[in-house]
Design a protein around this ligand. Structure first.
Ligand code: FES
Length: 123
């Protein structure tokens, strides 16, 4: 595992998210009331930029077809469903797939992301 300082805690309000770089990985870092979480920055449906989506409680909502992900686990809570006919057609080819997650921790005032050095693939 490699660890990267990606910012300071005062750069995120509770309920805020921000895309950062941790080594070669792009990570979406989110601060919830109960802690810090990190996920991939691209939706597993059709790669939309999740930093342009919404954080609603502990759910990350994709801006393109509204898939919803649990930010703690990356699990799909609701798959792409908008616009109705188009999303259903695309879903015949794009099955549910969870988001990659990252361990985010706070050390003093620093926000640190842990990245598996052997990991590959889009973040
Ligand atoms: S790209 Fe995210 S739901 Fe389609």
């Amino acid at each position: 595992m490699a660890r990267y300082q990606v910012g300071m805690t005062n750069e995120w309000a509770v309920g805020a998210m921000r895309k950062v770089r941790a080594g070669n990985e792009a990570v979406l870092v989110m601060r919830l009331a109960d802690g810090w979480y990190g996920t991939a920055t691209r939706c597993t449906h059709l790669m939309a930029p999740l930093d342009k989506g919404k954080l609603e409680g502990d759910e990350l909502v994709c801006p393109l077809h509204r898939a919803r992900f649990d930010v703690r686990t990356g699990e799909v809570r609701r798959w792409a469903n908008w616009p109705r006919g188009l999303a259903q057609a695309i879903n015949l080819l794009r099955r549910e797939k969870k988001l990659r997650t990252y361990h985010v921790m706070v050390e003093g005032d620093a926000v640190v992301v842990e990245v598996d050095a052997a990991a590959t693939g889009p973040a």
